[in-house]
Design a protein around this ligand. Structure first.
Ligand code: HEM
Length: 435
């Protein structure tokens, strides 16, 4: 489908084969830079930097130092710790044995923020600092997800009209972000000059260690660090909230998942906490994650659209340079011609079949595909897999009779539940290992 939004030419596809053509085409390796993204410094961060040497360098650095299997494995102990903190907080909110209903979103958001902070800044922030970071991420999310006529009617920008107050809100947010992140960079610099041996211990150190042509200005470093915090926080929390909602609606699948965990744990001697390795060996759990990504892809319109940098032919049609392209992943994953009974939650459809959700099969590519595929996908999947396993091991999630699960969706930057999930979290007896 082709349409014009003001001066923006847009093509949208809901066909997997056309989606592949667009996402993997070198001609679509750029992104349109929305006004809010530009104002929020993202033009110099990975997600919105123009396709070229600067972007390539950032992707390489992030791939090696933040998202490589080695780094993800090295961060497992911290991920475990943050998961335990989250689970204990849910347990105390639920009240032991009573299964009081709890709103789950806040716990997930806190844990994912802690996870990303640890990997990127090297430590977690609590109290007022954590609250400030959370508020900044929330505001940034709203601004980036909001529709803005100024993106499509350049005249509005030229005459300085800000119909949705986006520019005004961005200009209030940016100094807060700069102050916060600059203080962290300065802290790292001080520790290094004081002889503290912090060799590449976190992503700030990695960026500070760059030299020669790769060296980044502080402003660029702020953009890159802020984007990582921003991108890594909400997606994992939103996906886990959807998974739990579906498990509450499908208690038999939750029961089977618990049995899978129980069986795996009972074979261990001595008993040990569930690990990333365990999670990789749990076919039903992997199937639940994939089925949730299918029914509720967090970025259903691949919110990060693409921009053509040259004239190109897509599905036999001429697409001029400067055209914005979007893939409607939601429509593909709900298409009866692509998936049987697409409206039903059936994780079993993924059992016994090899299905890669990381961008090779466009029938389900919730992380995008091609050059600009999500670099955080392995980290995101490791996080939600571990959370799900440990949450279901500790609690049985049951419906909150006063606030039943409502699967209505709202599309912001990601696709969220309109009514945040409230569930009863009933603690289970610990699983005993066999001798
Ligand atoms: C469930 C978790 C996640 C989902 C569903 C998700 C989804 C996406 C999608 C759809 C894109 C656009 C891909 C494209 O244009 O082809 C993207 C890009 C991106 N994501 Fe993720 N993401 C997740 C987790 C993360 C995490 C944990 C991080 C970092 C900590 C991250 C960082 C990024 C970045 C930096 C980009 C821009 C890549 C570029 O333009 O080169 N994401 N993500």
């Amino acid at each position: 489908m082709a349409l014009s939004l003001g001066s923006t030419r847009v093509v949208i596809t809901s066909a997997p084969e056309v989606a592949r053509e667009i996402l993997t085409s070198a001609a679509f390796a750029d992104r349109p830079l929305k006004q809010s993204a530009a104002e929020l410094l993202f033009g110099r961060a990975i997600g919105f930097a123009p396709y070229g040497d600067y972007w390539r360098g950032l992707r390489r650095i992030a791939a090696n130092h933040l998202f490589s299997p080695r780094r993800i494995a090295a961060h497992e102990p911290q991920r475990q710790r943050h998961t335990e903190v989250m689970i204990d907080a849910i347990a105390s909110a639920a009240g032991k044995d009573h299964g009081k209903s709890v709103g789950i979103r806040g716990f997930l958001q806190r844990a994912s923020l802690a996870n990303v902070m640890q990997g990127v800044f090297g430590r977690c922030y609590s109290g007022a600092e954590e609250a400030e970071l959370q508020a900044m991420v929330r505001e940034g999310f709203e601004l980036l997800g909001a529709f803005n006529w100024s993106d499509h009617l350049p005249l509005l920008r030229a005459i300085n009209v800000d119909p949705h107050s986006i520019q005004e809100r961005c200009s209030k947010l940016v100094p807060r972000v700069q102050k916060f992140v600059q203080a962290i960079i300065d802290e790292h610099r001080q520790a290094r000059s004081g002889g503290d041996d912090r060799e590449s211990s976190d992503f700030v150190d990695v960026l500070l260690n760059l030299s020669g042509e790769e060296k980044l200005q502080d402003q660029d470093m702020i953009a890159v660090l802020w984007e990582m915090i921003f991108r890594g926080t909400d997606t994992t929390a939103i996906l886990t909230e959807w998974m739990l909602a579906e498990l509450v609606l499908h208690p038999e699948i939750q029961r089977r998942l618990y049995h899978e965990i129980e069986e795996l744990q009972s074979k261990k001697s001595p008993p040990s906490p569930l690990s990333d390795q365990d999670v990789a060996r749990m076919p039903l759990l992997q199937a639940v994650v994939k089925e949730t990504l299918r029914l509720h892809p967090p970025g259903p319109l691949l919110s990060w659209a693409r921009l053509s940098t040259q004239d190109v032919t897509i599905a036999g049609h001429h697409v001029p340079r400067g055209t914005t392209a979007m893939v409607n992943m939601w429509s593909i994953t709900h298409d009866p011609a692509v998936w049987s009974e697409p409206e039903l939650f059936v994780p079993d459809r993924f059992l016994g079949v090899e299905f890669d959700v990381k961008g090779t099969d466009l029938r389900l590519a919730p992380f995008g595909a091609g050059r600009r595929v999500c670099p955080g996908r392995a980290l995101g999947l490791a996080t939600v897999g571990l959370w799900l396993a440990k949450l279901v091991e500790r609690f049985e999630f049951v419906e909150d009779k006063e606030r039943p699960v409502d699967l209505s969706e709202v599309l912001k930057l990601s696709c969220e539940m309109v009514n945040p999930l409230s569930v009863g979290a009933v603690e289970r007896c610990p699983i005993a290992a066999s001798s």
